[in-house]
Design a protein around this ligand. Structure first.
Ligand code: ADP
Length: 252
């Protein structure tokens, strides 16, 4: 196994007549943060969902660690769905808003997936969940319910819940866009720490300053293609997409 955790090649995805991804390819080394930037409608969320096989691409290959799916050659029916499910199990998606179970405590929200779906030993899972709550700064909230938490705290529990399942990759889809401005910082701080803990992340965000601080690489999408990629200092300081024909940085 080499050090490349995600490898994507020639990804295409259309919705009807609309070509949303038009030949995307990139790779991300293990333990790094990749930030997807670009104007609204450029395909960032669709790309993220492709990595997770939530919206399977029409063509192209996605590999995460030892699971590789060639969507151009996906067998029909059950076998194809099983391949998608294997890829999906490699990553966890954190959405704009947490979707915590309201009638379970914070700790139960973290332990349910690993114990029930992954059939891991409850004692071990509870210990790990405690450490994860500590990591996101919420060890005093283990017995709280969703209604007792702020939006930022709920989103931090949502992140800990994703980590509890030990994914190879954590995918963030605009994780702070549903939050009041004063709660954004605490969530971004938690995401930033993940990179230093060795997690591999892919993040769709409009928070440019955050992208500058957290990203090892930035992919700048426009019109379903990557128009620029590289370290944030290079891409954000002078994205070629700004000047590319039809390019727009209007979302910023
Ligand atoms: P971004 O995340 O960069 O804003 P998206 O990936 O959400 O862009 O969307 C890219 C384009 O694909 C948009 O024009 C959007 O309307 C379209 N799109 C996304 N999802 C669907 C869908 N399920 N059905 C039809 N069109 C979609």
């Amino acid at each position: 196994m080499n050090d490349i955790r995600i490898e994507v090649s020639v990804l295409h995805k259309s919705f009807g007549d609309l070509d949303v991804l038009r030949g995307i390819g990139f790779s991300t080394p293990r333990g790094t943060s990749t930030v997807l930037l670009g104007p609204s409608g450029s395909g960032k969320t669709t790309l993220l969902r492709s990595l997770n096989a939530l919206d399977p691409p029409d063509h192209g290959v996605v590999r995460i660690d030892d699971v590789s799916v060639d969507f151009s050659a996906l067998p029909p029916g059950k076998a194809g769905r099983a391949a998608g499910a294997r890829l999906r199990a490699q990553s966890r998606m954190v959405f704009q808003s947490h979707n915590l179970f309201p009638h379970r405590t914070v700790l139960q929200n973290l332990t349910e997936g690993p114990v029930v779906a992954q059939r891991r030993p409850p004692d071990e899972v509870v210990d790990e969940a405690g450490a994860l709550l500590d990591q996101v700064g919420l060890s005093d909230k283990a017995d709280s319910y969703r209604y007792q938490l702020s939006g930022g705290q709920q989103q931090r529990v949502g992140i800990a819940r994703a980590l509890a399942l030990k994914p190879r990759v954590v995918l963030f889809d605009e994780p702070t866009s549903a939050l009041d401005p004063e709660l954004v910082g605490e969530v971004l701080a938690v995401i930033k720490d993940l990179a230093s803990e060795g997690w591999t992340t892919v993040i769709v965000t409009h928070e440019i300053r955050f992208a500058e601080r957290v990203a090892d690489q930035v992919l700048f999408l426009d019109g379903g293609v990557i128009v620029e990629h590289g370290p944030p200092g290079q891409v954000i300081a002078d994205p070629r997409g700004k000047n590319a024909p039809g390019g727009s940085c209007g979302a910023f």
